[in-house]
Design a protein around this ligand. Structure first.
Ligand code: SF4
Length: 288
């Protein structure tokens, strides 16, 4: 599909630059393998895949402009600190100096807040921002995220108790101590430095973890002849076999292996979210 030039200009605009640092907070929390491969291959993304990011940037810019003149708020402030020999930079969204409140804005899917709790990476990211504030003379006491749910629908809200009931949801983030933040940032910097060194030396890169690949582990499904849906799912085949022997209709039950899936990586058919799949032997090796 050809897009109109003004929209393409918006998509290709540099709405965020990492500033003068060795690594940004976003880089710090991302998988070291992914970051090194991205730096090396600079993958081109399909403009249509970047639309959500443009909407996020536009929302940040709109709020920043609207808040001009509000007393006591630091808006979109870029801050730096030094960790393990690297300069770490990050741009906080909004900080209220008097109330010591740090806010982070997310333009995200309704699905991502279904559990009513923040994602682990949001907790890590915002606590790194809190630490940047501390290192720059502030004393944040609480952290929250304001989530604008881009795909929220009224009809789903009416049909479900677990679906968010409003298009904007705020979530509190547990505040780490300064020591916890320093430890976390120190560990992440060390992991990224190791990955960088491996890349420079031509050594194998550290592997992405299951959490980083958003892994859904493999299961064994107990299936019954004539039924499409699994009767029950088990973490291991041994558990499934054990369960089947206790069923009165055991002869009609067969077991089916459901392999693990890695949504972030995908399978190389354009179904993943990682832009460096093409150069990643960890993910490609698995697909063989
Ligand atoms: S494709 Fe998967 S394993 Fe490879 S860098 Fe991306 S997330 Fe990590």
């Amino acid at each position: 599909m050809s897009l109109p030039e003004p929209l393409l200009a918006a998509i290709n605009g540099k709405w965020y630059t990492p500033g003068d640092s060795d690594i940004s907070v976003s880089g710090l929390i991302s998988p070291p393998r992914l970051r090194v491969l991205t730096d090396k291959h600079k993958p081109e993304e399909d403009p249509l895949d970047m639309i959500w990011r443009v909407l996020g940037s536009a929302t940040h810019a709109m709020v920043e402009r609207a808040a001009e003149g509000l007393d006591g708020w630091l808006m979109e402030e870029r801050l730096y600190t030094h960790v393990g020999g690297w300069d770490v930079g990050g741009q906080i969204d909004w900080y209220n100096v008097q109330r010591k409140e740090l806010w982070d804005l997310k333009v995200t899917s309704a699905w991502s807040v279904l559990k009513g709790e923040p994602k682990p990476e949001w907790v890590a990211q915002t606590n790194c921002y809190a630490q940047l504030l501390r290192e720059n003379g502030h004393d944040p006491a609480c952290i929250s995220v304001a989530c604008i749910l881009r795909d929220w629908t009224k009809s789903k809200a009416a049909d479900s108790d677990t679906y968010p009931q409003q298009q904007v949801v705020t979530l509190d983030i547990p505040v780490w101590s300064s020591r916890q933040c320093c430890d976390y940032m120190g560990e992440r910097v060390a992991l990224h430095q190791q990955a960088q060194q491996a890349a420079d030396n031509g050594d194998p890169l550290p592997r992405c973890t299951d959490a980083e690949m958003w892994t859904r582990p493999g299961k064994t499904a107990a299936m019954k002849k004539g039924r499409k849906r699994a009767m029950k799912l088990f973490d291991t085949q041994a558990e499934a076999v054990n369960w089947r022997t206790r069923q009165t209709d055991a002869s009609e039950i067969y077991l089916e292996d459901r392999p693990a899936v890695y949504p972030r990586c995908g399978t190389g058919k354009g179904d993943g979210y990682c832009a460096v799949y093409e150069w990643c032997n960890q993910a490609k090796g698995r697909a063989k």
